[in-house]
Write a protein that binds this ligand. Structure first.
Ligand code: HEM
Length: 536
């Protein structure tokens, strides 16, 4: 998996790179010279991608000028989606650009037209994933969905997710659990509001999304015991560090030929996998032999299809890691950005609050999922946040399985492809006032743009065969939480804090850097019964 990381903004000069990285790159350069044979082999392999003399390099998408050994790594800044958009504006053609990240040629896609070519027209040849040693070691050889190479295993595993686990009907069946978790979160905010205090929204929203997910996965009975929730969160962090960290072998795959290096990577991943195994073995064992509930949780569904799909316990565990890892961080990031944008745009927040407070029947203390269909502005606010802040701004890397011709350019086989969803959402040629937060752009009878992978200027969940299967699940989670936070409370930034800092940090997903601390004030206007423990 290609991971481009660092903090802060825009492209850093080389001097701003951490010292160890400079030394490491110098070491790599020396090593590179010493490894003439491998260099020659690699060059000849790359040359295979070029057309004969007359066509030459012009057949490949254009590239910025690069450096020996590191290629264009020095041009990719702390926020890769931002610097890649800048590079595309300067060097790309039609939204296509070829860069070299260390030794790895990588296609960058930055226009809706090019995104359509990659994720629809040529999807069947470009929908694999780059090999990743860390992910393979963590997921027992990529037995999951998200990191699995395109092929029969991936097809079956994805089918299981989309036809049994995450269908609209199944997501609807987790409604009671979702509403219960919202109720618990709202009660915490209310406690803070009554005490006139602040709320660490980052902590609250992260806790909420992990609790919703744990409840859907195991019916809520497993993770609430002891310190399992804490262990679970530690594991999510360790997984993010492993897969979203600096993995030099992703840029210099020949490093893996050194046994010591490969063993070190695998040992790191094994350590995290063993901890996941310990937790997931227990949660699966806890389910085996038990009566299936009327509305089975994820594990019960997976177990009930285990034989039909020929899944081993290792498959189940790898798929659960995917679901936890893909489903919690992303939803949390969006929730936090929604709250941050609403606080930065008080007009939008008051329009949203007015819509919700008008539509929810008088005396009802919680917004329920029955009310959500009458809240178009809420959906517009969520869309607008996903447009400006897609949590996975470069999606997950796609990977070419054969040579493909796109718009007159040759895309070589076996290279990673980064679709810059963040740049698509801010493309000035398709979005008016592209940098501004204006949910109204998603309203109106003539507006028909959605995130389901057919509008290539708006791809927060990806598109094509690799599209996210968790869309329904996450949107239901976001809608019910935001609706209640806006219904029950008015929100302010703490006195003396000034404006909300929107600095981002890239780590496979993009987070806000600073914690979001807010002051809630109870909106008591229409609430008849204030007892939060009574279900409405
Ligand atoms: C706001 C929330 C979410 C966002 C923005 C999001 C976004 C994405 C993106 C961009 C991809 C990669 C698409 C591509 O490669 O073209 C993806 C893949 C995936 N997501 Fe999500 N996701 C979210 C929530 C979820 C949830 C809740 C689940 C599970 C319950 C989930 C499970 C997955 C899986 C399994 C994949 C891999 C699909 C494949 O490789 O075929 N995601 N998601």
């Amino acid at each position: 998996m290609i991971n481009l990381l660092h903090e802060h903004d825009e492209t850093p000069p080389m001097a701003a790179m951490p010292l160890f990285l400079v030394f490491f790159l110098a070491f790599l350069a020396l090593l590179h010279l010493a490894m003439k044979q491998q260099g020659a082999a690699r060059r000849s392999k790359q040359n295979k991608h070029k057309k004969p003399a007359d066509g030459g390099l012009r057949c490949l998408p254009p590239s910025p000028p690069g450096l020996p050994v590191i290629g264009h790594l020095h041009l990719v800044g702390f926020l890769p989606h931002v610097s890649l958009r800048g590079l595309d504006a300067r060097y790309g053609r039609g939204g296509l650009m070829l860069i070299r990240l260390g030794a790895v040629p990588t296609l960058v896609v930055s226009s809706p037209r090019a995104a359509e070519a990659v994720t629809r027209t040529h999807d069947h040849r470009l929908a694999s994933r780059p090999p990743s040693t860390s992910a393979a070691a963590l997921l027992n050889g990529s037995l999951d969905v998200a990191f699995a190479a395109y092929g029969e295993h991936w097809r079956q595993a994805k089918k299981l997710l989309t036809t049994h686990l995450l269908t609209a009907r199944k997501v609807q069946s987790y409604r009671a659990g979702r509403e219960e978790e919202v109720r618990l979160a709202v009660a915490k905010v209310r406690g803070a509001a009554e005490a006139g205090g602040e709320v660490d929204m980052s902590e609250l929203l992260y806790g909420f999304t992990t609790d919703v997910m744990c409840r859907a996965v195991s019916g809520g009975r497993f993770f609430k015991v002891g310190d399992r929730t804490r262990l679970f969160r530690e594991l999510l962090d360790a997984t993010a560090a492993l897969i979203g960290g600096v993995n030099m072998e992703d840029y210099f795959p020949w490093l893996l030929r050194f046994g010591v290096y490969r063993r070190a990577i695998c040992a790191k991943a094994d350590k995290v996998r063993k901890r996941w195994d310990e937790l997931l073995d227990r949660v699966i064992d806890d389910h085996e032999g038990k009566m299936v509930e009327e509305e089975p949780d994820f594990i019960e569904v997976l177990l009930s299809h285990q034989h039909e799909y020929g899944l081993t316990k290792d498959h189940l565990k790898a798929m659960l890691i995917d679901i936890f890892f893909g489903g919690t961080d992303t939803s949390y990031i969006v929730l936090e950005f929604i709250m941050a944008e609403l606080l930065r745009n008080p007009r939008v927040m008051s329009v949203l609050q007015a819509e919700i407070r008008r539509c929810v029947p008088e005396g009802q203390q919680m917004v329920t999922e029955d009310n959500l269909s009458a809240l178009p502005y809420l959906k517009a606010v969520i869309n607008e946040t996903l447009r400006l802040h897609p949590p996975a701004p470069l999606l997950a890397p796609h990977y070419s399985m054969t040579d493909v011709h796109v718009d007159g350019y040759m895309i070589p086989a076996k290279i990673p492809i980064l679709v810059n969803a963040w740049a698509l959402g801010r493309d000035k040629s398709v979005w008016a006032d592209a940098e501004e937060f204006k949910p109204e752009r998603f309203m109106g009878i003539d507006v028909d743009i959605n995130f389901k992978g057919n509008d290539f200027q708006f791809l927060p969940f990806g598109a094509g065969r690799r599209i996210c299967p968790g869309m329904n699940f996450s949107i239901s989670t976001l809608e019910i939480m935001v609706a209640n936070l806006m219904y029950r409370f008015n929100w302010e930034v703490p006195v003396g804090m000034g404006c909300i800092d929107m600095t981002e940090v890239f780590r496979l997903t993009v987070h806000r850097k600073e914690k979001l601390i807010l002051v809630p004030k109870i909106n008591a206007l229409r609430i008849v019964n204030n007892n939060f423990n009574n279900k409405s």
